[in-house]
Design a protein around this ligand. Structure first.
Ligand code: FAD
Ligand code: NA7
Length: 452
């Protein structure tokens, strides 16, 4: 060992759901005393973007606010698709609960699962600590990680044999510009800074973008009393049967004061513009030669099994939770279990050419995906493969058919898809209906959701 490091030292960056899965897996396996793990989390607590903050822009330390979470957010997919096999919602709440939980319920579940670890995983986390720089030391075959404790403003460096980047992919907003937008008289914000639909009551809104954020923010704003919402698309409209008050138009071409002009020649007066234009993959703290450069997809290029970074050739750097997400919590669980196994030497080491071949074959298949149903099948196969390489419960992939049904429910009625009930894959219990339908549910407390 050139580095004189006698131990395997794993650095995890981020303690959101993905980093938490890494810690959960590590804490539950007997890695031995010569394996250590340290997780750096820049927020004061874990849970990643499931923590709600009123702040936008920068936080109390001048750090970019991480989470684009907003008040009144309810899960946009059935909880049955992300349920942990060994810790079900029934385990957590002591009873079956409806299928589309509001944010506080999901956060509670996420935190509850961590209590089931054999060892307390918080012992591995350095909270309020931002990773500033990661570089690979060729001669020593290890990494130097520079981090700053934000409370003390103290910067230190530590050496690690392995690095797992789990900082999420929805935190660095993509902010395009449009001719004349500087003359716009109202508020302009990105979805990342959207906090409360109630702020837009009685307003005429223009949402730019045609994906999950636009879909949900349009519905939220309409639910909370916006006068009307126009969603404007670049490639193709979302095409849902929208409730009254929401419509779609081809891309806005220019602004003149409060008037927006669209590609189809129409125009509209609007009071506020919300850019629902997605996020950039940025890992500014990674040395240039370690940095994953890609755009949102179900299989970013250059990663073996969607996780091991093939760019540097050192086989010791992992990017976790980097895929566009249908599966979330279970995918993070099985992916980080694979990473733990890999680090602990449980897999046969392959030549770079073989790993590249494996990764490129997935990328080729990805290029042929036509719609969300293809994406779901692709991601189900990806998760299934990771299950087969680990001892993770394969039943989690039964979410495949639930995801397909969920997409059909959305097509049928975007306003009511959250009122549907799904059965748990693991307990087979059918979830109960919520006490009120989602459109009329304004109380997102755990107490009301779980019921008596
Ligand atoms: P994150 O949750 O983003 O956590 C990453 C962590 O890394 C954060 O705690 C952050 O502080 C930390 N970090 C970042 N940089 C550094 C650094 N330099 N140093 C130290 N720490 C750092 N998924 C669902 O399953 N259902 C939903 O309904 C759903 N809704 C969503 C709604 C919104 C608005 C968004 C943006 C996403 C939603 N998602 C949803 C997807 C979401 O990506 C996952 O649920 C999950 O939060 C991803 O976990 P993660 O750990 O990869 O990332
Ligand atoms: P996505 O899914 O990356 O979608 C971004 C959308 O923004 C997509 O429709 C893009 O259009 C559109 N976009 C991006 N750039 C532009 C420009 N320059 N002009 C017009 N439209 C543009 O991000 P979301 O925020 O919706 O979803 C991310 C996660 O957040 C998701 O998991 C949710 O659960 C919450 P395109 O279709 O590419 O033409």
């Amino acid at each position: 060992n050139l580095s004189n490091m006698t131990k395997t030292r794993i650095c995890v960056i981020g303690a959101g759901p993905c980093g938490m899965s890494m810690l959960y897996n590590y804490a539950n396996m007997d890695a031995g005393s010569d394996v250590e793990i340290v997780c750096y989390e820049k927020q004061t607590t874990w849970g990643g973007l499931w923590n709600l903050t009123w702040r936008t822009g920068t936080d109390e330390y001048g750090e970019p606010c991480h989470a684009g979470m907003y008040k009144h957010l309810w899960s946009n997919g059935p909880k049955e698709c992300l349920e942990y096999p060994y810790y079900t919602f029934e385990d957590h709440f002591g009873k079956a609960v409806p299928s589309f939980p509001p944010r506080p319920v999901l956060l509670d579940y996420l935190l509850g699962r961590m209590k089931k670890c054999k060892k307390d995983p918080t012992q591995y986390i350095k909270f309020s600590t931002a990773v500033r720089f990661v570089k690979y030391n060729e001669s020593e075959d290890n990494f130097t990680v520079t981090s700053t404790n934000l409370v003390d403003d103290k910067t230190v460096t530590e050496k690690f044999t392995h690095v797992v980047v789990a900082v999420g992919i929805f935190n660095s907003p993509n902010i395009p510009t449009f001719p004349g937008i500087e003359s716009f008289g109202g508020r302009i914000l990105h979805a990342h800074n959207f906090r409360d639909a109630g702020e837009f009551k009685d307003q005429r809104l223009l949402l730019i973008g045609a994906s999950y954020s636009a879909e949900d923010i349009a519905l939220q704003c309409c639910k909370y009393g916006a006068k009307n919402v126009i969603c404007t698309w670049r490639t193709k409209p979302m095409g849902f049967k929208w409730p009254e008050g929401i419509e779609e138009r081809p891309l806005v071409q220019r602004f003149d004061s409060n008037s927006a002009y669209f590609k189809d020649g129409t125009s509209a007066e609007v009071d506020a513009v919300i850019l629902c234009t997605g996020y950039l993959y940025t890992f500014p703290f990674m040395d240039e030669n370690l940095r994953l450069k890609c755009t949102l997809s179900v299989y970013p290029e250059g990663l073996y099994k969607g996780s091991l970074w093939l760019g540097g050739g050192n086989n010791k750097l992992f990017y976790a939770g980097i895929q566009d997400q249908y599966y979330t919590f279970t995918m993070f669980d099985v992916q980080t279990l694979w990473i733990c196994n890999y680090i602990l030497g449980k897999y046969e080491k392959l030549e770079m050419t073989e790993m590249l071949k494996d990764s490129n074959a997935m990328v080729e298949r990805r290029k042929g995906l036509k719609d969300c149903h293809d994406d779901i099948d692709f991601q189900s196969d990806f998760v299934a493969e990771l299950c087969s390489l680990t001892d993770y419960d394969k039943r989690c992939v039964d979410a495949r058919s639930l995801f397909h049904k969920w997409e059909h429910d959305k097509d049928e009625n975007i306003k009511t898809y959250r009122d549907k009930c799904f059965a748990s894959i693991f307990t087979s219990t059918m979830s109960p209906s919520h006490s009120s339908d989602w459109w009329n549910a304004f109380d997102d407390s755990i107490k009301t959701f779980v019921g008596k």
